[in-house]
Design a protein around this ligand. Structure first.
Ligand code: UD1
Length: 420
């Protein structure tokens, strides 16, 4: 197993090129199941989660050629409709194939994803919405078995909670359904917006893109003519590197980034004392020399993302004063706290709220990555911790950060990947 050895780094400088968004790529790859002919998706991040989904599509019979950040996918050869446990257990987002397979083939089996390090993460809302659209769903031996005896039809869906992959799944199912599906309380994340925009360009009439009410007029089974396209930049990767500039107090420039997707993150960094120079596709952070404490509540887009909570928690350990960080989306998303405490952070957890007292001197030690974003919080802490930090179980990091150590090495960080 690989681990990262990181030495405290005073000086970072230069540019970091932001990769394509993992969380946009996953639904977009699943969407190719709805395509009439092969297509190429560009600006894909080279990360494990993308390879996992392509492996799943390949197992279903699709042809996927991944080369240099793009993939050519031909789903016309799909001859299997079962997403088996061996793949789904490694990536919950595999559930994204349920909507499109069911819409195209009228039946689908997907292993239930099971538990997760950051919370229970049920998929009841995906299933309830598909049932409303006419699917029959049985849970048998750990598998969702879905059929559509009379096809999928449009209907009015009101999500009890805003769900990102749930919205994507239902939008994809609705794209091929008969009639109009209205989704109220839809997710407005940029990743969902890109999915809707590509579907709209491919002949599906979608109203309300980017709002909480989506209206999708299905094609009644007709496959879609989807042209080649590029995935949007990864706003969470970008936010993580902005935190690297802020925590080490170094000016850094991000390129190939979409500043419009980073509103809440930039605003919190500003409250903490940083300022920015922003162009259409670059952000330069001018970090605060004295970091101010902050209050953060994670919420759905456009509010502050839960996927940036761990990184800001690491940053708050270096703020002068008391920061309060409340996690509203996932009940167990504070696993990084105990590792940061082992490095010397002063953090008190009370239910869903972390109180971080700073500034504390952090010391390098051996720590364990517990989930994807928790891992990047440990990397940030290690950049300013005295001495050497070894971060174990970085397979979590490899799921979602493309070439993290190369990108950090290029700006001067002392970071290396070693084998246990
Ligand atoms: C997606 C992102 C993940 C991010 C999360 C929240 C991908 C691949 N993953 O995850 O990085 O942290 O959005 O922004 O895009 N819920 C239910 N029932 C459901 C579905 C969700 O109760 O059927 C709950 C969840 O437990 C959670 C909340 O709704 O509390 C939001 O979850 P959701 O938006 O579905 O997260 P994901 O789509 O899994």
């Amino acid at each position: 197993m690989d681990y990262l050895k990181i030495h405290s780094t005073q000086q970072l400088s230069g540019e970091i090129s932001i990769s394509g968004a993992k969380n946009a790529s996953l639904p977009l790859i699943a969407m190719t199941i709805l395509a009439k002919k092969p297509l190429t998706i560009g600006n894909l991040p080279d990360v494990v989660d993308i390879k996992t989904l392509l492996k799943l599509l390949t197992k279903l019979g699709a042809e996927c050629e991944f080369s240099h950040k793009s993939v050519r996918v031909d789903t016309s050869s799909i001859n299997e409709t079962k997403a088996t446990y061996d793949i789904v257990k490694t990536m919950r987002a595999s559930i994204l194939v349920l909507g499109p397979i069911l819409a195209r083939f009228g039946h689908c089996e997907v292993s239930l994803p099971g538990g997760c390090a950051i919370g229970q993460r049920p998929i009841d809302l995906h299933l309830k919405a598909l049932e409303q659209m006419g699917a029959h769903i049985d849970i048998q031996a750990g598998y969702i078995q879905a059929t559509t005896p009379n096809g999928l039809h449009g209907c009015e869906i009101i999500f009890d909670k805003i769900t990102v992959t749930g919205t994507a799944n239902i939008v994809m199912a609705a794209a091929l359904a008969k009639g109009v599906t209205t989704i109220t309380n839809a997710a407005r994340e940029p990743e969902v917006v890109q999915l809707c925009e590509i579907l709209a360009k491919s002949g599906v009439n979608i109203k309300g893109i980017g709002t909480a009410i989506l209206e999708i007029e299905g094609t009644d089974g007709a496959l879609l003519d989807i042209a080649d396209f590029d995935v949007i930049p990864d706003r969470i990767e970008a936010g993580t590197y902005l935190c690297a500039g802020a925590i080490t107090k170094n000016e850094l420039t991000l390129t190939h980034v979409e500043p419009k997707h980073l509103g809440a993150v930039l605003s919190k960094l500003e409250e903490m004392g940083s300022s920015f120079t922003i162009t259409d596709d670059t952000i330069t952070i001018h970090p605060a020399q004295e970091i101010k404490p902050v209050k953060i509540v994670t919420q759905e887009y456009p509010a502050f993302p839960t996927d940036m909570q761990a990184q800001f928690l690491a940053l708050a350990t270096q703020a002068e004063g008391v920061s309060i960080i409340e996690e509203k989306l996932f009940e167990n998303r504070f696993m990084h706290v105990s590792e940061l405490q082992r490095m010397g952070a002063d953090i008190t957890l009370n239910g869903h709220t972390a109180t971080v007292s700073g500034k504390t001197e952090l010391s390098g030690t051996d720590v364990m990555a517990t989930d994807l974003r928790a891992s990047s919080a440990l990397v940030l802490a290690a950049l300013v911790a005295n001495g050497e930090t070894n971060i174990h179980r970085i397979y979590h990091l490899d799921r979602g950060y493309e070439a993290l150590e190369e990108k950090l090495q290029n700006i001067g960080a002392k970071i290396e990947r070693l084998k246990e």
